[in-house]
Design a protein around this ligand. Structure first.
Ligand code: PEP
Ligand code: MN
Length: 450
């Protein structure tokens, strides 16, 4: 590329600064922010452009029904919880679900964590008031602390560097776990057998027995190759904090094109996807595969205009629409959206987030969700796509590998009183380890019926 073209690309990457950017913090010290972002511009990338390209191709396959995406992890990661145990349990849960889904869908499952960078949160209000004291709302560990004190809640740019380093160590462990034997298919299958030993899961016995037979058959045939022993595991987070995403963007030396090297996949949230907003402009200029959340008020015209901006060349896998309608609305809202986007002809990958449209407050005051609503939205997603002859391309789930009690229901029958036992999330409630596996098993039941 010529020097002029390079200069143009770089100038474009800063265009968002002149536009309205929702959900950004008010940094009290801009000189410190500047010093931090200069450092971030020099650190090694967390992911490589070639990996993002490989993921884009796989997401394109998911859009055609040749693969299925499983994206999962915390609503908000925290620095304190980036421990080996936590990371291992989350990877383990996603891999266990992936085994079940691979069998159920008879498709390769693309494994992706809401991990190694999911630190910035959109909030409904800039401020929080408790007992007459008003402080900035918690916006995620990359911006401020959760404790309700002026020290913690004041946005601190040094947190951007901590987010980078914590993402790097998380990703390092993910890469080690998923290539060093831990991710072996046979091992994930053994974990699932442990889960099935629980009488609460008798309902899934038949599926579990089938998977077991399939795996024993493969083993008997001598199927013992590398593909079973290591997996590709991609990182993703909401591309919300532009002061972080911009300095981690690098020009790929192979192609001269910019990639946001903070993660393989970035998504634009429901609250920051305005067509003329800073986020859509920024992510239109980087070449990673991009997700966009679409809530119940989204129109087909919104979706088509987003395609115009983000994927004018109609590249498969570039755009994933993550719909999050709510169980009560998906059967009503999704069809028109899918129908019109499909008629347009440019490829998109449709993924279901059955979490964010199903929030409720429990009688005792916990922000929660019902497992049955989550499953109902997933069922609605498959029904709508089946009726239209379009492709359900994957699932986007808030989950953890631990035995928390944040979502109501599931085989463990967590009730309102039960939420208090281990409610740990700082933002949205997550499926626990058992509920996550149950979701995967119920998806297999749904696929059977189709
Ligand atoms: C999220 O994914 O945590 C989130 C805030 O989602 P949405 O943008 O769909 O509300
Ligand atoms: Mn969330």
């Amino acid at each position: 590329m010529s020097v002029d073209a390079d200069a143009q690309v770089l100038a474009g990457l800063d265009r968002w600064r002149t536009m309205s950017a929702g959900q950004q913090p008010h940094w009290p010290d801009l000189a410190e922010l500047d010093a931090v972002t200069r450092k971030l511009a020099l650190v090694p990338p967390l992911v490589f452009a070639g990996e993002a390209d490989a993921l884009r191709a796989q997401l394109g396959a998911a859009g055609r029904g040749e693969a299925f995406l499983l994206q999962g992890g915390d609503c908000a990661e925290t620095f304190a919880e980036a421990t080996a145990d936590n990371i291992r349990n989350k990877i383990k849960t996603i891999l266990q679900m992936a085994v079940v889904l691979t069998y159920g869908a008879s498709l390769p499952v693309i494994k992706m964590g809401r991990m190694a960078g999911q630190y910035a949160k959109p909030r409904s209000s800039d401020e929080e008031t408790r007992g007459g004291v008003t402080l900035p709302a918690f916006r995620g560990d990359i911006i401020n602390g959760f404790e309700f004190t002026p020290e913690d809640r004041t946005p601190d740019p040094r947190r951007l560097l901590e987010a980078y380093h914590t993402s790097a160590s998380t990703l390092n462990l993910i890469r080690a776990f998923t290539t060093g034997g831990f991710a072996s298919l046979l091992r994930a299958h053994e974990w699932n057998k442990g889960f099935m030993a629980n009488p609460a899961y008798a309902r899934y016995e038949e599926i579990a027995a089938e998977i077991d037979r399939a795996i024993r058959f493969m083993a008997a045939c001598g199927a013992d190759f590398d593909a079973l022993r290591s997996v590709d595991f991609y990182s993703s987070h909401e591309g919300l904090l532009l002061d972080y995403e911009r300095p981690l963007t690098r020009i790929d030396s192979r192609t001269g094109l910019p990639y946001d090297c903070s993660a393989h996949f970035l998504w634009i949230g429901e609250r920051t996807r305005e067509l003329d907003g800073a986020h859509v402009d920024y992510f239109s200029r980087v070449h990673n595969p991009i997700g966009i959340k679409l809530g119940p008020a989204s129109t087909a015209d919104d979706a088509l205009a987003l395609i115009d901006k983000l994927n004018p060349t109609a590249e498969p896998g570039r755009i994933t629409f993550i719909t999050r309608m709510g169980a009560g609305k998906i059967r009503d809202r999704l069809p028109a959206l899918v129908e019109k986007v499909t008629a347009d002809g440019r490829p998109v990958t449709w993924v279901c987030d059955p979490m964010h449209g199903n929030g409720i407050t429990s009688a005792s005051g916990y922000k929660t969700r019902r497992f049955s609503d989550v499953m109902d939205e997933v069922a609605g997603f498959f029904e709508v796509h089946r009726a239209l002859g379009t492709v359900p391309g994957g699932l986007h789930i808030e989950l953890t590998g631990d035995d928390v009690t944040e979502v109501l229901g599931g085989s463990e029958e967590i009730d309102d009183a039960g939420l208090a036992r281990r409610y740990e999330t700082l933002v949205d409630p997550r499926l626990n380890h058992q509920q996550s596996l149950e979701l995967a098993l119920q998806v297999v039941e749904l696929l059977r019926r189709s």
